[in-house]
Ligand binder design. Structure first.
Ligand code: AMP
Ligand code: MG
Length: 263
C-alpha cells in the first residue's frame, strides 16, 4: 500500500474492496484494539522522548471516511498530545499568503501528533479540478510540496500520508445514506453531489499526486477504504509500525535519582 517513489500510479491497480488477511469485520476487531492500545503507549514514549513530531495527512474524496478514521483510529491517542486540523476553503487572510503558510503553522512540535483532515494537497486537487489557479501555477506545486515535506522530514517531523480509496459506487451509497438519515443530514452538502460529477478529474489529479509526491521523506499510502473496518486497521497498523521503527526511548534522567529522597 506504500507507494514506491517515482512509480506511476494507476488507481485501477488498487482494489478499494480489499480486506487483506481478514474475512470479516469481527476478525479485525481485536487486532485493531491491540494496535490502538500500542499506539497510546508509544505516544507516551514519543512525548517523553521529545525528538520526533508525527504528521498524519488524510486525503480522499467526499465520504471517503476522513472523519471516521480520525474517530476510530486516533481514539487510541491521548488528546494531550494531538492536534486535529481540518483545512477548509482558505480564508481571506490565508488567501493573501502562499498556500503553504497555513499548513506550516499547523505542523506538529516535538513529542506531538498533528492529524490533517485535508491538507496542502487540496492545492493540487480541488484547485486544479476547478481551475482556481492556472495550470502554470499549480504544476510547480508538486515540486514545492516535495521540497516542503523534505524540509519537515529533515527537521524531526515524520510524515504519514494516507489516500482513502473508495469506489464510485461506495461514494454513492454513503452520500445516499447521508440523505436518508436525519442524524447525518448535517454531513450532506449539495456541493458533494456536484463534486461527484468531477469524479474522473479528481481521480486523475489523485493519480498525479500519488505518482509525483510519494517520496522517501514522505511516502503516500493507498488505503482500501470501501470497508471502514479494514481502512481503520490499515491506518492504525501503518502508524504503529512507523512509531516502532523510531526506536523511541524514555530519556535518561539528568541527575542521579538514586541520591534523591522525597521527604
Ligand atoms: P469538508 O472537508 O467537507 O469540511 O469540506 C471542506 C471543503 O474545503 C472541501 O470542499 C475542500 O475541497 C475545500 N478546500 C480545502 N482546501 C481548499 C483549498 N486550498 N482551496 C479551495 N478549497 C479548499
Ligand atoms: Mg464534506
Amino acid at each position: 500500500m506504500r507507494v514506491k517513489p517515482s512509480t506511476k500510479v494507476s488507481l485501477k491497480d488498487y482494489d478499494p474492496n480489499d480486506t487483506g488477511p481478514f474475512r470479516s469485520a469481527d476478525e479485525a476487531e481485536a487486532p485493531l484494539r491491540d494496535l490502538r492500545e500500542e499506539m497510546g503507549k508509544l505516544q507516551n514514549i514519543l512525548y517523553a522522548d521529545n525528538r520526533w513530531a508525527i504528521l498524519v495527512i488524510l486525503q480522499g474524496l467526499d465520504a471517503a471516511g476522513k472523519d471516521g478514521t480520525i474517530r476510530h483510529v486516533m481514539s487510541g491517542l491521548s488528546p494531550l498530545g494531538v492536534n486535529v486540523v481540518s483545512f477548509k476553503v482558505p480564508s481571506d487572510e490565508e488567501k493573501a499568503h502562499d498556500y503553504l503558510w497555513r499548513i506550516h503553522k499547523a505542523t506538529p512540535s516535538r513529542g506531538h501528533f498533528a492529524i490533517f483532515n485535508r491538507s496542502h494537497y487540496e492545492d493540487v486537487l480541488v484547485v486544479r479540478v476547478h481551475e482556481l489557479v492556472p495550470r502554470k501555477v499549480w504544476k510547480h506545486r508538486f515540486r514545492q510540496i516535495n521540497e516542503f515535506e523534505r524540509t519537515l522530514e529533515e527537521n524531526h517531523t515524520v510524515l504519514l500520508k494516507f489516500f482513502l480509496h473508495i469506489s464510485k459506487d461506495e461514494q454513492k451509497a454513503r452520500l445516499q445514506e447521508r440523505l436518508s438519515d436525519p442524524t447525518r443530514y448535517w454531513k450532506f452538502s449539495v456541493a458533494d453531489v456536484e463534486e461527484r460529477r468531477h469524479w474522473s478529474a479528481y481521480r486523475q489529479a489523485y493519480e498525479d499526486v500519488l505518482t509525483k509526491c510519494s517520496t522517501k521523506a514522505a511516502p503516500w499510502h493507498v488505503v482500501p477504504a470501501n470497508h471502514k473496518w479494514y481502512r481503520n486497521f490499515v491506518v492504525a497498523q501503518t502508524i504503529v509500525e512507523t512509531l516502532r521503527d523510531l526506536k523511541l526511548r524514555y530519556p535518561e534522567p539528568k541527575e542521579d535519582l538514586s541520591k534523591i529522597t522525597v521527604e
